[in-house]
Ligand binder design. Structure first.
Ligand code: HEM
Length: 160
C-alpha cells in the first residue's frame, strides 16, 4: 500500500472509535463474531443462487425468483459486514496498512460489490433465464470475487 496512506491509517487507529474498540477486552471479538455471522448469511445468500445458476442445486426453482428472494439477505448481510469491518479496521488500522491480505481484500471488495449489484443482479433476475453458459459464467465470477474477499479477510488474521 502507498506510504501516502499511512497518516490516514494512523489517524483511524488513534481516533476515539479505534481506541474504544481496541481498549475493550470484549468488543473486538464480539464485533468479529458478528462479522463472521454476517459472512455466513452473505455466503449463504450468494451460494444458494450461484449453485442454482450453475445447475448444481435447487434445479426445480426458477433462477430469477431465487435471486430476488435471496437479494434482501445478501444486501443486509453486506451492510452488516461493511459496518463491522470498518469497526475492526479502525481498531487495528496500522496493522492492516502493513498487511498485504488487507490490501487484496479492500481492492477486491468494490469489484465484488459492483459485479453483484450491476452484472449478476441484472442477469440472474431474468425470469426467462435457464441454466446455461451465461448463468454459469456469471455465477463463477460471483463465487471467485466473494471467495477472494473472504479468503483475504481470513488471511488478515493469519498473516500478522
Ligand atoms: C462485505 C465484505 C466482507 C467480507 C466477505 C469479509 C470477510 C472477512 C473474513 C472472512 C474475516 C476473518 C474473520 C475470522 O475468521 O476471524 C474478516 C476479518 C476482518 N475484516 Fe472483513 N470482510 C468484509 C468487509 C470488510 C470491510 C469493509 C473491512 C474494513 C474496511 C473489513 C475488515 C476486516 C478486519 C480488520 C478483519 C479482522 C482481521 C483480524 O483477524 O485481525 N472487512 N473479514
Amino acid at each position: 500500500m502507498s506510504p501516502d496512506w499511512l497518516p490516514f491509517f494512523e489517524w483511524c487507529e488513534a481516533s476515539w472509535l479505534g481506541q474504544f474498540v481496541r481498549t475493550s477486552i470484549w468488543l473486538f471479538p464480539v464485533i468479529e463474531a458478528i462479522h463472521l455471522l454476517a459472512l455466513s448469511s452473505l455466503g449463504g445468500a450468494v451460494l444458494l443462487v450461484d449453485l442454482r445458476a450453475l445447475g448444481l442445486a435447487l434445479t426445480d426453482q426458477p433462477i430469477g425468483a431465487l435471486a430476488r428472494a435471496a437479494s434482501r439477505w445478501l444486501w443486509w448481510s453486506t451492510a452488516v459486514m461493511l459496518v463491522t469491518g470498518v469497526l475492526l479496521f479502525m481498531s487495528e488500522a496500522v496493522k492492516c496498512f502493513h498487511n498485504p491480505a488487507f490490501a487484496v481484500k479492500i481492492a477486491a471488495l468494490p469489484f465484488a460489490l459492483g459485479y453483484t449489484a450491476f452484472i449478476r443482479a441484472r442477469v440472474l433476475r431474468d425470469d426467462a433465464l435457464v441454466t446455461g453458459t451465461k448463468s454459469r459464467l456469471v455465477a463463477l465470477g460471483s463465487i471467485a470475487l466473494w471467495f477472494t474477499v473472504a479468503a483475504a479477510g481470513r488471511w488478515i488474521g493469519f498473516s500478522s
